[in-house]
Structures are given as structure tokens and as C-alpha cells.
Design a protein around this ligand. Structure first.
Ligand SMILES: *[C@@H]1O[C@H](CO)[C@@H](O)[C@H](O)[C@H]1NC(C)=O
Ligand SMILES: *[C@@H]1O[C@H](CO)[C@@H](O)[C@H](O)[C@H]1NC(C)=O
Ligand SMILES: *[C@@H]1O[C@H](CO)[C@@H](O)[C@H](O)[C@H]1NC(C)=O
Ligand SMILES: *[C@@H]1O[C@H](CO)[C@@H](O)[C@H](O)[C@H]1NC(C)=O
Length: 433
């Protein structure tokens, strides 16, 4: 049971606020949440704490205002009856006093509709609180019930719950990119061009770092047990890949390295656990070997990336006139699940990264670059954006989003940098997934 309460308490917290569909908030009144950080384990707890804070604040505010309104209401009522009384025998009153009182009364009149509104809000909040209490009870029930299960089953249920929560969290925390802050220079090492990354699917307890220096003619991947080890230069393993890679646009996802085999449009999936290539598949019609690279060249034709929704390949084809094509891939088979054609020329893109199913494209790899274009695979629409970021060391050869950390990993002219992102989203009760 030890681990249960440890696991369940934060989860309880998440579930309560994450269980959005049952909360009766009208669509127009969804919670607006900015999220930009995660807890030490990489989970998005901050966001939820933030949400709960918002709820608390709203609750407090509403309670306070409600009490104020209640007082005002009784005052108005008192005043009104006094007014009536006075009116009935006004002949006996001095006119001046009467006018004064009448003025006061009139100044209070506009408060009445405000009062009505606050009453509605307060009702909403109390409904919300009731839902939370109810869910809390349900969860406690599960926790008690769990005592009766053996450990395996119990763990399965915890995992299950955790998965559902993670999905719910992903939904809650997905949003539109608003701001990029940083960079934080983690380390200075390697050549001007390279890639480094962590696995967004790894368990919260591990944070291995992989390091792939240079964009061509290399097949050595270095592994570090943690970010601290990476900074200190304490390697834990070295992998010798069977094929050399092209570019700097590799990704580690769920224990496998996905990369573009040199001088080909073949995507290789290499398992770190077995040290073997699990799958290889050509990305049909994708340009390669500097046919459609990013602005800096470097055989960066095929960009592999992962986000909250899975694994993606970003590339360009002759059929799409050298413009960027986005394909969602099955991480096991590397088969294309779905494809979107954008109208943004790959050769004019500095870099691109995917957040919550939206591809963000920068306009250059040089100083002054900004996130310039966003393509949503959800709606198959694009928009121009103007989100600056600080290209501190002048040349950006890699920029990739990590959904677990909610950060962008960058290779900035031989410096390994991290950026924080701020996403904006509105949580609605009506399921709009
Ligand atoms: C809540 O969000 C705001 C805005 O993003 C941020 O400034 C603040 O630090 C967050 N608070 C916590 C506890 O994460
Ligand atoms: C509380 O939960 C129970 C069981 O899930 C459900 O039947 C009931 O309608 C809920 N009550 C409210 C007020 O949501
Ligand atoms: C990650 O890999 C495990 C097995 O190693 C598999 O069960 C799981 O479905 C994979 N997750 C994703 C998101 O592909
Ligand atoms: C991102 O934000 C977190 C929480 O505010 C902070 O601890 C971290 O240092 C930031 N990272 C970067 C790269 O700015």
C-alpha cells in the first residue's frame, strides 16, 4: 500500500481536476490555463496545481464577492423597505433627506443584475465543488477496494489509472504555442552541428540523455544516465549503430532511436535495449541528401519528431513542389498513418517541431529567427505566427520539442540548449478532442 498513496495522492489531485467532462461549466466559461512547467519527475503537475490554484482563487473571489453581494442585497432590501416607508409618510419628512436617500437607492440599482450574475457563478462553483467531492469519494473507494487485490493486479490498476490520467493531462495541457523562453545553456560540446535528446516516453524515474554529434558520417551514439551526468561528461554507454545517419533530426521515442540512414530516405528504428535495428522503411518520395534540407543544409531533409500524439516525419516531396509534408508514423512498423501537405517550402524553413499535433516552423537557422508558420494537423489549416526565440549562438542545427519536459531541445552552434515553452489553452467541458 505504501506506493499507492504516494502514487494516488498526486494522481487523486490530477484526476479530480482532470476529470473535466463531468464538470458542468458552460463552454464559454472554460478555464483558461497557461502552462509552462512540469514537476521534478517531468509530470505536468504544476499545470494542475495552477489549475487548482485558479479554481481556488476563483472560489475565494466568488465566495468573497458573494458574501459582499449578500450584504448588499440585504442592504438594498432594507433600503427599499425604508424607502417605501418613508415614501408613505414623506409629507412629514424634510425634502432634503428624502432626496439623499433616493439618490443612494438609485446608485445601488445597477448592482442588482451584477448580483444575479454572481449568484449564477457561485452556483457554478458549488456544483463544481460537489463534483470534486463526489469524485474524491469514488477514488477513495477504489483505493480501499485495492487493498483486496494482490500486488500484480493492483499495480496494473495503478498503471491503468496513470495512463488514463496521462492522457487526460495531455489533453488538458495541450495548447497553442504562445512564447519561447530561454535558452538555458546546458553544455558546450561537440561540433557546430549535432543532436541531443531525452525520451519523452521514458518512465518518470529515468532521464537518460542521448548525444549524436555531427550531421554526417557518424554512427556513434553516446548515452548518459541523467542530465547531471551529461553535464559532467560521465558517459554510461556507447552504441555503435549499424548504419551512419544523415542530418541532426533524430528522435528517441519509447526506448528506440529513429533516424534517417545516410544517403537514403530510409528511416531506421534502432532499439537501445537490444542494440539492434528493429525496423527499416523508406519514406516514399521524400527528398534526401540535401535535395530538400532546412536552410542550413546538413542533409537535414527528413526530420523525425515526437509529440503528445505520437511519432512524426517532416520532409518534402517533388509532388508537393518541395513544400513541407507531414506524416504521422506508426512507431512500431514505421508505416505512414496519415499525411498532410503544407505550402511552406522546406528549403526556406530553419527548423520545425511538433507540439500537440501542430507543426511550428522557424524561418531561419540564423540570428533573428522566429517561429513563423504553424500548421495544425487537427484542422489541416495553417497560420502565420510571430514567436521570437533567442538564438544565442547564431546557428541552430536542431530544435525539437519534448512533450514530457515541455521544453525545446536545441543544438546551437556547439552548445546544447533548452527552451521553455508556454502553451495556451481553454479547457471546455464539451469534449472537443
Ligand atoms: C502558474 O502559471 C503562471 C503563468 O504561467 C506561472 O507564472 C506560475 O509560476 C505558475 N505557478 C505554479 C505553481 O506553477
Ligand atoms: C456521484 O457519483 C455517483 C456514482 O458515480 C453518481 O451516480 C452520482 O450521480 C454522482 N453525483 C453527482 C452529484 O455528480
Ligand atoms: C512503448 O513500448 C512498450 C513496449 O516496450 C509498448 O507496450 C507501448 O505500447 C509503447 N508505447 C507507445 C506509445 O508506443
Ligand atoms: C523552465 O521553467 C522551469 C520552471 O519555471 C525552470 O525550473 C527551468 O529552469 C526553466 N528551463 C529553462 C530552460 O528555462
Amino acid at each position: 500500500m505504501w506506493s499507492l498513496s504516494v502514487v494516488l495522492n498526486p494522481l487523486l489531485f490530477l484526476l479530480l481536476f482532470g476529470y473535466c467532462p463531468s464538470v458542468t461549466i458552460r463552454p464559454k466559461e472554460g478555464w483558461q490555463v497557461y502552462s509552462s512547467a512540469q514537476d521534478a519527475d517531468g509530470r505536468c503537475i504544476c499545470t494542475v496545481q495552477n489549475m487548482s490554484q485558479s479554481i481556488e482563487v476563483l472560489n475565494l473571489r466568488t465566495q468573497r464577492d458573494f458574501q459582499y453581494i449578500m450584504r448588499m442585497e440585504s442592504q438594498i432590501k432594507g433600503l427599499r423597505s425604508k424607502f417605501r416607508q418613508i415614501e408613505s409618510d414623506r409629507k412629514t419628512l424634510v425634502n432634503k433627506n428624502f432626496q439623499e436617500l433616493k439618490g443612494k437607492m438609485e446608485s445601488l440599482q445597477p448592482l442588482i443584475p451584477v448580483l444575479e450574475q454572481y449568484k449564477t457563478d457561485a452556483k457554478l462553483i458549488s456544483q463544481f465543488k460537489e463534483e470534486i467531492r463526489n469524485l474524491s469519494g469514488v477514488l477513495m473507494g477504489i483505493q480501499e477496494e485495492m487493498g483486496a487485490y494482490d500486488y500484480e493486479e493492483l499495480q496494473q490498476r495503478v498503471l491503468n489509472l496513470e495512463n488514463r490520467l496521462r492522457n487526460c493531462m495531455n489533453k488538458l495541457t495541450c495548447g497553442k504555442l504562445m512564447k519561447i523562453t530561454g535558452p538555458l545553456t546546458v553544455k558546450t560540446s561537440g561540433t557546430r552541428f549535432g543532436a541531443w535528446m531525452t525520451d519523452p516516453q521514458a518512465s518518470p524515474k529515468t532521464n537518460r540523455v542521448w548525444y549524436m554529434d555531427s550531421y554526417t558520417n557518424n554512427k556513434i551514439v553516446k548515452e548518459y544516465k541523467s542530465l547531471a551526468d551529461f553535464v559532467a561528461g560521465v558517459e554510461s554507454r556507447t552504441y555503435n549503430l549499424p548504419f551512419k545517419w544523415a542530418g541532426t533530426n533524430h528522435v528517441v521515442y519509447n526506448g528506440s532511436l529513429y533516424y534517417n540512414k545516410m544517403q537514403s530516405n530510409i528511416i531506421v528504428r534502432y532499439s537501445f535495449e537490444t542494440g539492434r535495428v528493429v525496423t527499416q522503411r523508406a519514406l516514399e518520395s521524400a527528398g534526401f541528401h540535401n535535395v530538400y534540407p532546412y536552410t542550413w543544409g546538413g542533409f537535414s531533409d527528413i526530420d523525425l519528431m515526437a509529440d503528445e500524439l505520437g511519432l512524426w516525419a517532416v520532409y518534402a516531396t517533388n509532388q508537393n513542389a518541395g513544400n513541407i509534408v507531414i506524416s504521422q508514423l506508426n512507431p512500431d512498423t514505421l508505416q505512414i498513418l496519415n499525411t498532410w501537405n503544407t505550402e511552406y517550402s522546406k528549403r526556406n524553413a530553419g527548423e520545425s517541431f511538433m507540439i500537440c499535433g501542430t507543426l511550428y516552423i522557424t524561418n531561419s537557422h540564423l540570428t533573428g529567427a522566429k517561429v513563423y508558420y504553424a500548421y495544425s494537423t487537427k484542422t489541416s489549416t495553417y497560420e502565420y505566427t510571430d514567436i521570437p526565440f533567442h538564438n544565442q549562438y547564431f546557428h541552430m542545427s536542431m530544435l525539437d520539442y519534448n512533450a514530457r519536459d515541455r521544453t525545446l531541445y536545441g543544438w546551437n552552434n556547439g552548445h546544447q540548449v533548452l527552451f521553455n515553452v508556454t502553451l495556451f489553452h481553454i479547457i471546455k467541458t464539451e469534449d472537443d478532442s
